[in-house]
Design a protein around this ligand. Structure first.
Ligand code: NAP
Length: 275
């Protein structure tokens, strides 16, 4: 029988513990989120982050900029936040408007306040096998979910579809660190199904319906990171859930799987950055 990896349940459990941890902290965590532009999905994500932070007693400010904000304005704001003792964590909501160089913006965040773990310092630490200040939120959330259900990683073949800096690359490194054998696939990968059929653990982070039941071996663990609206406007993941859940041993649903775990990790990272 397929077991559903319940991200909401684990998020709630993490929040309960975090709430009492924050209550007992003398220096309260304080998260600053920069949102540039009017992307509706980004606005929903940012509001959700703010609501969760406030529920846990974490201070939260959202700094909104119009679509035509300049790179200089954003860099100056980050510099101010880096030097502000009352701000312990900084997040720049992605994607940024096209005219902004996102690498330049992320590079400007102080690594000690880099709550997404995306700065060159933190990703460099991650890739060299050292400890970053924090691990990127979505990959961290995925590992928390796998651990919660006691899913063994060592020696397993993990196939990751997607190679973004946000999800694909860091989760591959984190799985390697946990002694999985990792294959990363992307849009130029040939014969994708031949590779995914050898996976003990399949993680899909693409943003389109790509994983069908004919791509998996029996009892594979399936983690669906993708979130997008299908042609009917319904929230969907990368995986054909109904069919794949017939053969998978564990599967994360969309919504209710990785999404809540990303928020849980963001809150964990925010609290842990208070040193
Ligand atoms: P991204 O930067 O757009 O990366 C997508 C990756 O998918 C790229 O590496 C791309 O390959 C690969 N790809 C595209 N078409 C493919 C194909 N036909 N076969 C194999 N690989 C293919 O996206 P992202 O930021 O990693 O996000 C991926 C998805 O996860 C999105 O739906 C996003 O909304 C979702 N997401 C969810 C959460 C959450 O909390 N649940 C968090 C972050 C992201 P190339 O590199 O060759 O272009």
């Amino acid at each position: 029988m397929t077991i559903i990896l319940d991200g909401k349940k684990l998020r709630d459990k993490i929040f309960e513990k975090l709430k009492s941890r924050v209550d007992s902290m003398t220096t309260k965590p304080s998260l600053a989120v920069i949102l540039a532009g009017e992307d509706p999905s980004s606005q929903i994500y940012v509001n959700n982050k703010k609501k969760c932070a406030e529920k846990l007693g974490i201070n939260s400010i959202v700094i909104n900029y119009p679509e035509n904000v300049s790179e200089t304005e954003l860099l100056e704001k980050i510099e101010t936040l880096n030097n502000d003792k009352n701000v312990t964590a900084i997040l720049v909501q992605l994607p940024l408007p096209n005219h902004i160089n996102k690498f330049k913006i992320i590079d400007a965040i102080s690594p000690q306040k880099d709550v997404d773990g995306l700065t060159p310092y933190n990703s460099g630490k991650l890739f060299s096998g050292e400890e970053p200040y924090v691990y990127p939120c979505t990959p961290r959330g995925i590992l928390l979910l796998l651990d919660e259900y006691g899913i063994e990683l060592e020696g397993k073949h993990a196939v990751v579809i997607g190679r973004s800096n946000l999800v694909g690359k860091p989760i591959a490194q984190m799985l390697l660190k946990r002694n999985a054998t990792v294959t990363t696939c992307h849009s130029k990968t040939k014969n994708l199904a031949d590779i995914t059929k050898t996976a003990d653990i399949l993680i899909s982070a693409v943003g389109k319906k790509i994983v069908g039941e004919n791509m998996l071996k029996n009892n594979c663990v399936v983690i669906d990171v993708g979130i997008f609206r299908d042609e009917n406007g319904k929230i969907s993941g990368d995986v054909d859930f109904d069919k794949v859940s017939q053969t998978a041993s564990y599967i994360s649903p969309v919504p209710g799987g990785v999404g809540p775990m990303t928020i849980a990790s963001l809150m964990l990272n925010t609290v842990e950055l208070v040193k």
